[in-house]
Structures are given as C-alpha cells and as structure tokens.
Design a protein around this ligand. Structure first.
Ligand SMILES: [Mg+2]
Length: 255
C-alpha cells in the first residue's frame, strides 16, 4: 500500500491557475485520513493557499497535518502546525540575484527574437517573467490572463519549445521546463521535481515505492517527467477529472 499521494497541481488537480474544484477538495480531504498528501508544483506559496488549502474547507487541523506543500517544485516546503493553526516553512533554497538576472535576460531575449514577447497583451500590473525565489517563471500572457486565451496560446508546446531552445543557448547553466499552459520554469540543474521528491522522501521518511505520483506533463521535456525518470510510480492524467476518477478508485480500496 502506498503511503504518499503526490500531485502536480495545474492541469492535475485543477484548471491551470484556478482553485481546485469542490469534487477534488472533497476527495483530497478524504485522502488525508489515509495518506500523506503532497502537492508539488512550480507555483508560489500564496498560490498553493489560494488554489488548494483555502478550498479544503471541511478539513480539520489534524487532517491538515497530513498535507505537505512542496512549493516552487519542492525547493520550498511548508507543513501545517495544528497547535498554531498555521503553516511553517521547513526549508527554502532560493536562487541568487545574479542567477535571476541571467535567466530573466535569456528568456526575455529568446521570446523577443522569436516574436513571442506579448507585452501588449498583459493586464495592468501583470508581468511575464516572475521571480519565484527558487525558480524564474515565464508566463507568456502573464498571471492574470483568462484560461481560454492561455489554452489557445501554445496548445502543442511548440512556441515554448522554441523559447527554451534559444534560452538554453543564451544561458546554458540553467534548465528550462515547460509546464501549465503558457509557462516555462527556469531552475538551476537538479532543482526540478527530483529535488522536491528527494526532499519529500527525506522529510516524510518514505521510500520511492511508498509514493504514487499524479501529473499531466509526464512526457520527455515536461515538468513531471523527472519524477517518472526517478522510477516513482506515476499516473498520467489529462485533467483533474482523470485524477478524481483515480482517487475514487483508490478511496474505494482503503475504506
Ligand atoms: Mg501540470
């Protein structure tokens, strides 16, 4: 029996950048009674709260102690303290200012050269490149763009693959991963989900065999692929509906 259910977030638990739907919230809450639940994604901490934690309205503090937030691909880890009713940061591995500047310049130059720098489409106050401390994230249409526009921007990943190829030439010291619907995450090598999953195993004192991972980008080049390469059992989903289907099956076995 698995001890840990780990999840990519965007397109695995929700529609990208939106809160998890009530059905997923209900299923995750039930799973907290039987498993350690570990969302791991390139998102920032406040997005984890908005998309996941705030939606688990029926979860008790004791249940939340089984929820583990692996933020920014697991380069930051947050755990719930039921006595304080709040989240503690257990660790964080940020990029240096120089690394952030190098990556930002490479991606911006690549996107501009290719004609994929869509500054004119940004909402007010929004930004294309965001420093998420442990990674730098390119979101072609910004954070605030509508879901439909995001889906339409690069459905076959070709634009992002081209940006990644050029950015890698300009700043080869970093790894660039495609995720979500319009994003590229740039990280220092090794600071991908392997880093997060390795720390997860240390922190939760579990082995690879104890983990079942859900993700939508498990193909080579996708940001869930490193987890597959580690040899962790993985379920590839197309959307949160597939995840809900699988979770109902798993809950049927443990109840
Ligand atoms: Mg995803």
């Amino acid at each position: 029996m698995k001890k840990v259910l780990a999840f990519d977030v965007d397109q695995t638990l929700n529609i990208a950048k939106t809160p998890i739907p009530p059905e997923i919230a209900d299923l995750l809450t039930q799973c907290l009674d039987h498993f350690e639940i570990c969302p791991i994604s390139g998102q920032k901490y406040d997005q984890f709260l908005f998309q996941i934690v705030d939606q688990l309205k029926d979860a008790t503090p004791e249940q939340l102690e089984h929820l583990h937030l692996f933020v920014a691909q697991g380069t930051q880890y947050y755990r719930y303290d039921a006595s304080k009713k709040d989240w503690d940061q257990v660790y964080s591995y940020p990029l240096t200012d120089e690394q952030v500047a190098e990556i930002t310049e490479a991606i911006e130059t690549a996107a501009k050269e290719l004609g994929y720098w869509e500054e004119d489409k940004l909402a007010e106050g929004d930004e294309i490149i965001e420093n998420r401390l442990s990674q730098v994230t390119f979101s072609a249409l910004g954070q605030k763009a509508g879901t439909e526009a995001k889906y339409a921007w690069d459905p076959d990943c070709k634009k992002r693959e081209a940006i990644v190829k050029r950015a890698k030439e300009l700043a080869p010291a970093y790894d660039y991963e495609i995720g979500g619907t319009t994003s590229i995450n740039a990280i220092t090598p090794g600071m991908n989900k392997v880093f997060g999953m390795t720390h997860l195993m240390e922190e939760l004192k579990v082995e690879k065999e104890d983990i079942l991972y859900f993700g939508d980008m498990t193909q080579p080049g996708g940001n869930d692929y490193p987890v597959v390469q580690m040899g962790i059992d993985t379920i590839t989903v197309r959307s949160h509906e597939d995840t809900a289907y699988a979770l109902r099956g798993i809950l049927g076995l443990v109840k």
